[in-house]
Design a protein around this ligand. Structure first.
Ligand code: PLP
Length: 458
């Protein structure tokens, strides 16, 4: 077998051969030559790997001229595509990650970006933040990791910060509370246990060295069972008693009380401010559904020194982001409007009837392809919220389970993912499942076309 493979590898055409092929039928678009050469190398490399990895006999038809050109074209497309392409999210995991962070990021940009000096634009966003949250002062930086770091560096450098052991979270992308704290120069004092922390634990740990009491939202996990947690108001009371500021890292903060819409209760930004917390930090691009940003709101006495920290400049956001954040925040002045226009919120609160309509529409379009290899079943499912929020929340949803004769579920999932634009699905019990909650109306046709292509090519 190995000898056969090596004989076949020797027959694999060289780069020059494929360049000639390419130049005989060049695409209408002018592709830079280095891109073509790189793409051909990658295509040949992929074929080499395919030959070496194959468990079945292969022959030279594997690299016919037609295949060589098709593989090269695919590589060229990949190289010319922007890194942040549009993605059809059919995973049901809400836009907290996908849509908000990628496609809809700048969609509300109805602003004259050149107008208004930096200072005034910042203050507009800060004013709206105070208005919505009820805080005295506000500040925005490039993400919430930056917000937490900057606040700790300002308020607790060289001093002790007390945190419950149940709240020493790690967020994806290497954000860990103990590590960020170490970098800020603050000293972490852990109190309580993983499942239970009491006010007395904080009280016993307070010393002349203590600069801050910190509470961290356990964004992506939940401690259940025999648990006890110190409430925000108990923390605020402790802070008042010992003249120490209290800070809360909300993670994916929201201005909307989701329990009104049948979801699990999460403390809102307003409630946290109202409870008397001195400094509150949260992300602009998780539940809020805005651009990547970190937001700090709180009492002037503590937020002003954070603004004056020279590191602030290193963490500042650019004016495009600021404009997008302003547009998003304006929507929150009217909750009904925010629910219908912020994609994250729209998807979280989408009525099951709307999801069902989309599922039926896609099912019909797939039936209309008239291909007997396709089997489509309408399924009840459950969406996850994602984006490091509401880890226990399950949302009832409608899905399509799709099988194509001759393609395994793994293969079909991979073909969808590699399509242009990529369609991201999941596999459940060996069936490819598309969750229609996160699929936008105009993406139904895109998905149907993708299936049509896949059926024609494999
Ligand atoms: C997500 C998260 C962060 C980091 O926020 P980014 O905006 O992604 O930098 C910090 N703390 C908590 C609790 C989080 O959930």
């Amino acid at each position: 077998m190995d000898a056969e493979k090596h004989a076949l590898l020797r027959k694999l055409p060289g780069v020059d051969y494929v360049i000639d092929l390419w130049e005989k039928s060049p695409p209408s678009e002018n592709i830079p030559r280095p891109v073509v050469v790189q793409s051909i190398r990658a295509a040949l490399d992929a074929l080499r790997q395919q030959i070496l990895g194959s468990t079945e006999p292969v022959d030279t038809t594997l690299f016919s001229d037609e295949v060589l050109l098709r593989l090269t074209r695919a590589q060229v497309e990949k190289r010319l595509a922007f890194n942040l392409t549009r993605v059809v999210n059919a995973t049901g995991v809400s836009v907290a990650l996908h849509v908000a962070r990628m496609s809809s990021r700048y969609s509300n940009l109805e602003f004259d970006l050149e107008k208004g000096a930096r200072g005034s634009r910042y203050s507009v966003v800060e004013d709206i933040l105070c208005e919505i949250s009820g805080a005295e002062a506000a500040l925005v930086v490039n993400n919430n990791a930056g917000a937490v770091f900057l606040a700790l560096e300002t308020l607790a450098k060289g001093k002790a910060v007390i945190v419950s052991r149940g709240e020493l979270v790690e967020i994806g992308g290497s954000f860990r509370i103990p590590d960020v704290m170490a970098r800020s120069g603050a000293r972490l004092v852990e109190v309580g246990t993983t499942n239970r922390t009491h006010p007395a634990d904080y009280e016993n740990a307070i010393s002349t060295d203590t600069a801050l009491l910190l509470k961290v939202h356990t964004s992506n996990y939940s401690i259940v069972g025999f648990t006890s947690d110190v409430s925000l108001s108990e923390m605020v009371a402790l802070g008042a008693k010992f003249h120490l500021p209290v800070m809360k890292d909300l993670g994916s903060g929201s201005f909307v009380d989701f329990s009104k819409y049948g979801l699990i209760k999460e403390p809102t930004v307003q409630e946290t401010v109202h409870a008397g917390v001195d400094v509150v930090t949260f992300s602009g691009d998780k539940m809020l559904g805005g651009p990547q940003a970190g937001i700090i709101v709180g009492k002037k006495q503590f937020v002003d020194p954070i603004k004056k920290n020279p590191l602030n400049r290193a963490l500042r956001i650019d004016k495009m982001t600021l404009a997008a954040l302003e547009a998003t925040l304006r929507l929150y002045r009217d909750e009904a409007r925010a629910l219908s226009e912020v994609p994250t919120l729209r998807m979280l609160t989408m009525p099951i009837k709307t999801i069902l309509t989309k599922a039926r529409r896609l099912q019909n379009r797939l039936k209309k392809l008239g291909n007997a290899r396709v089997q489509v079943d309408l399924l009840n499912g459950s969406s996850r919220v994602g984006g490091g929020s509401l880890p226990l929340q399950q949302l009832p949803t409608k899905c399509l389970g799709i099988r194509i004769e001759g393609l395994s579920a793994n293969r079909l999932e991979a073909l969808l993912r590699k399509a242009s634009p990529p369609v991201i699905a999941r596999i459940e019990e060996d069936v490819v499942v598309l969750d229609l909650r996160t699929v936008l109306e105009d993406e139904i046709a895109v998905i149907a076309d993708t299936f049509k292509k896949i059926l024609a090519e494999s």
